[in-house]
Design a protein around this ligand. Sequence first.
Ligand code: PRP
Length: 206
Amino acid sequence: MKPVIALTKGRLEKQFLNFFETLDYETEPLVNKGRKLQVETEQFSFFFAKGPDVTTYVENGIADLGVVGGDILLEHEPDVFNLFPLPFGKCRMALATKAGYEWPDHKKRIASTFTNITNEYYREKGESVDIIKLEGSVELAPILGLADGIVDIVETGTTLKENGLVVQDEFLSFSARLIANRSNLKIKRNQLVPVIESFKKGANQA
Ligand code: PRP
């Protein structure tokens, strides 16, 4: 059986493909995948899932390897081998508010998809806040009055800018990472180690 690799849908997809094209593998089925969620190439079985689900599939051994943002790994702490950084998916974690916003005197409300990271950020500051969990488009929360600020990833800064928000603090940097299932890596060592090595070489050359 070919190695199974879980890829993160969305923003990392295109960037992964650009990276993968620098390695010595067949890429054409990935380039022309359309809306398919599973893609077979000569060397690999790929499937696409949301970042947190990539970690679940790898943790449970359905995928041998996974490509996922470091932000997702910090937030969810899955029990996987966190192998090494990949040269794409670079982003920062930021606290942002509406431009010119004055923090309230009462307890702040902070919206985020990353509730654990947000909690840890304010714990370190020694400040107690109300954290509101959202699943996406968190930039809406301060605009619509659900929260005073947001904690979210910033890549180009375009989403914040186009929605009238500004960064108040940037506190973590991430990139995409290669992860592996712990027991599959032992059982399928001969098959997986050369793949991991080729990804590593590609990452070092980028
Ligand atoms: C992420 C993040 C921001 C945006 C930042 O959202 O939540 O909204 O990207 O990128 P930028 O700084 O380059 O504009 P994503 O597109 O992954 O979707 P989401 O809103 O569903 O989380």
